[in-house]
Design a protein around this ligand. Sequence first.
Ligand code: GLV
Ligand code: MN
Ligand code: MN
Length: 409
Amino acid sequence: MSTELRIDANRLAARIEALGAVGAIPGGGVCRLALTDEDRAGRDLVQGWMRELGLAVSIDAIGNVVGVRLGIEPGPPVMAGSHIDTVRTGGRFDGNLGVLAGLEVIQALNDAKVVTRRPLAVAFFTNEEGARFSPDMMGSLAYVGGLPLENALATVGIDGESVGDCLKKIGYQGPAPCGQPQVHAYVELHVEQGPVLDLEGITIGAVEGVQGISWTEFTVLGLSNHAGTTPMRLRHDAGYVACAIAHEAREIARSLGGDQVATVGAINLSPNLVNVIANRAVFTVDLRNTGEGVLQQAERRLHAFAGEIAAAEGVTLSHRVLARFEPVSFDPAVVALVEATARRLGHSVRRLPSGAGHDAQMLARVCPAGMIFVPSVGGISHNVKEFTAASDLEAGANVLLHTLLALAN
Ligand code: GLV
Ligand code: MN
Ligand code: MN
């Protein structure tokens, strides 16, 4: 290990700190929702670093940014990447780590004057979070041809603005063809965002795949009336129906057990007043499972219940699918390489699935792809308290370095 090339942990920490200051919010977190002014400022910073490191930077029509370092031979690069957008209450590591560790790998190779056989690339993809615009992983999905560009650009977010308009506004609708360069292999370092590594005291996760994701937005239309005078039997209460469906989502997850999770993360009632029955409820349901069959079962049960309760209350119910991705398995050779590299570098390692969605699951459609996880303290993420120890960040970045080198040489 001692003679092996290593990344500089202080330099990586300094970049995490500097990017974390862009859109910083109280408690140590970050708010850089996709395609906002804060996202632009973060993009400018990271793009500047890419250029300082000598990468050839291209920006495509959905705002994905790719920096390429030449190899001895031409051809598709081995790519490291992730995202730098965050949820509204994000931490400093989710996504950012994968991008900044990629840059640190480039700098370590530059310093050591190491040229790889294949080119290397570092990318950050637009709107991975999906918190402002659905679906999540939008940029990487478009990159691999899974979402027509015009559909992505026309997507309207939670504040009524479109992806295309926001890209223009922040100056990140670039001229590069979406999906270029083609990728030889893709590796994403990410914080686990769950409790497994932290609980087991293991430093590195070799990620075997990503669970299926199902996002639905329901709209319930009822009738507003006086909260004091309207007998219960005469109500058409959109708020009640929304809450009953939210309760049922939880009950479905409980009764299916295993990996099934269910979340109602956004709910809006109108007119949202203490003494007025809600005439409108708009809310989201996020269902996930590592098994596609069980996930479909959860979806069927949810829709059956929603239809019944809406009919019983005399309200109208509609829904739209915000995101739907089947479970993904990563390339067995890349998973094995991550595991072997972690072991060789002296780290404890285990295989595990990802509970969160990632750009790597999209890149897996077009090239061998895999992920490296490092522990999240307390399994906390999508929270300003998200934290990963400096020694784990360093370990993960070194595993990334040597995994990329193996793939590129
Ligand atoms: C995206 O990061 C998600 O898993 O929700
Ligand atoms: Mn992420
Ligand atoms: Mn996230």
